[in-house]
Write a protein that binds this ligand. Structure first.
Ligand code: NAP
Ligand code: F7E
Length: 347
């Protein structure tokens, strides 16, 4: 049978890596492209041109998962055999600024996709939902696994919790092959510039080039379980190939602080950082130049993050044979070097 994938959020970090993987595997790829005032296909445009040269199917459709009519039109046009839902207002801090929009896209959007699937998708079509460690929020235990209690702490986490349950319900009630990938933070040189890892590497590269003075951050003692996005994509595909649909925690099992990320990245960028002061007054000074390059700005603080979000991915290892390979140090180096090159190239 021809494999036809539909990817929502195809222009995002994960959508772009999954597109490459599925084209390599010989899939026809269709993607939902949300209209914006500027051309926003930067992460996938080269791949699209190359796929078209090879004669592979790679189609984009304007649509939005808050618009049921657009979903129905796209489903009936491309008749997917696998659907990967990445479309989301994906920024946790911004979900406090746009709670209703976040809920409409991240919760109701998933319901719309599942409903459209019942009526327009081909028999046996499979569904992947981009779920998140933010479901755990203030969970009482670390590390978290598939059985840990949920306690989301943001409009983003609450909306994703609805999505998690509706996916599970459609699986149990209608027998749809639908999986929740409960993914911890995953990063890459393609990460959006307002997530903390990319904000650090992009800003340090700009400071190095004399195009920015200071990097302003919130809580630099916050800890995260950071993996490499390209490796996390592979396991999403594996989930949909497995006969039994299920939910999986995907993580490295290690946490690091934002501070550690800054220290490693700044060393690669050629800075020699030392910390002075405490709390909001803390600053990072480059010993070589004497310049302050990191400052704290309470604007970027989040509501208290008590629990250490760290995942136990042993079920994915046991059932799907997946484990992460890229270390924290390699991830920081890859991202820092990519941004130094990007800024250097003047693009
Ligand atoms: P991302 O780079 O922010 O991509 C999100 C994509 O969703 C973008 O292409 C965006 O379109 C699209 N989108 C937003 N609202 C939409 C709407 N109403 N209709 C259609 N498309 C819409 O996020 P990512 O890092 O690739 O993450 C992919 C998914 O995994 C997201 O659902 C995220 O919540 C979830 N997740 C991510 C992580 C992580 O660490 N990366 C961890 C756990 C879960 P534009 O390009 O037009 O903005
Ligand atoms: O924050 C701290 C902040 O915005 C990471 C999304 O992909 O992963 C991501 O959500 C940490 C937090 O990612 C700044 O307080 C300090 O503790 O990079 P982030 P996130 O909120 O963990 C989850 C799994 C998802 O599902 C989401 O879609 O860094 N932090 N200072 C900062 N964070 C940001 N953004 N900016 C700062 O200045």
């Amino acid at each position: 049978m021809r494999k036809i994938a539909l990817i929502t959020g195809i222009n995002g970090q994960d959508g772009s890596y999954l597109t490459e993987l599925l084209l390599e595997k010989g899939y026809d790829v269709h993607g939902i492209d949300r209209r914006s005032s500027q051309f926003n296909r930067g992460r996938i445009e080269d791949t699209r041109q190359e796929a078209q040269k090879r004669g592979q199917v790679f189609e984009l459709y304007y649509g939005d998962i808050s618009d049921f009519s657009s979903i129905c039109r796209i489903f009936s046009n491309c008749k997917p055999t696998e659907i990967y839902n990445f479309a989301s207002q994906s920024h946790v801090a911004i979900s406090f600024e746009e709670p209703a929009h976040t809920t409409d896209v991240n919760a109701n959007g998933v319901l719309r996709l599942l409903e459209a699937m019942r009526y327009f998708a081909v028999e046996g079509c499979r569904f992947y939902q981009a779920s998140t460690s933010e479901l755990f929020g203030n969970a009482p235990e670390t590390p978290q696994n598939e059985n840990s209690p949920f306690h989301p702490r943001s409009p983003y986490g609450v909306a994703k919790l609805y999505a998690y349950w509706i996916v599970k319900n459609y699986r149990e009630h209608y027998g749809i092959h639908a999986c929740n990938g409960i993914l911890y933070n995953h990063e890459s040189p393609r990460r959006g510039e307002n997530f903390v890892t990319r904000k650090i590497t992009y800003s340090l590269a700009r400071i190095k080039a004399g195009r920015q003075d200071v990097l302003k951050l919130g809580n630099i003692d916050a800890q995260r379980d950071w993996g490499f996005a390209k490796e996390y994509i592979e396991v999403m595909w594996k989930m949909l190939q497995n006969e039994q649909a299920d939910d999986y925690v995907i993580a490295t099992g290690e946490t690091h602080t934002v501070r550690e990320f800054i220290e490693k990245a700044s060393a690669i960028a050629g800075f020699d950082i030392e910390w002075e002061g405490k709390g909001v007054e803390e600053k990072g000074r480059d010993k070589k130049s004497g310049n302050i390059i990191v400052e704290i700005d309470p604007k970027f603080y989040r509501p208290e993050e008590k629990t250490i979000l760290c995942g136990d991915a042993s079920k994915a290892k046991r059932v799907l044979g997946w484990k992460p390979k890229t270390t924290f140090g390699q991830l920081v180096e890859m991202m820092m070097k990519a941004d130094l090159e990007l800024i250097d190239s003047g693009k």
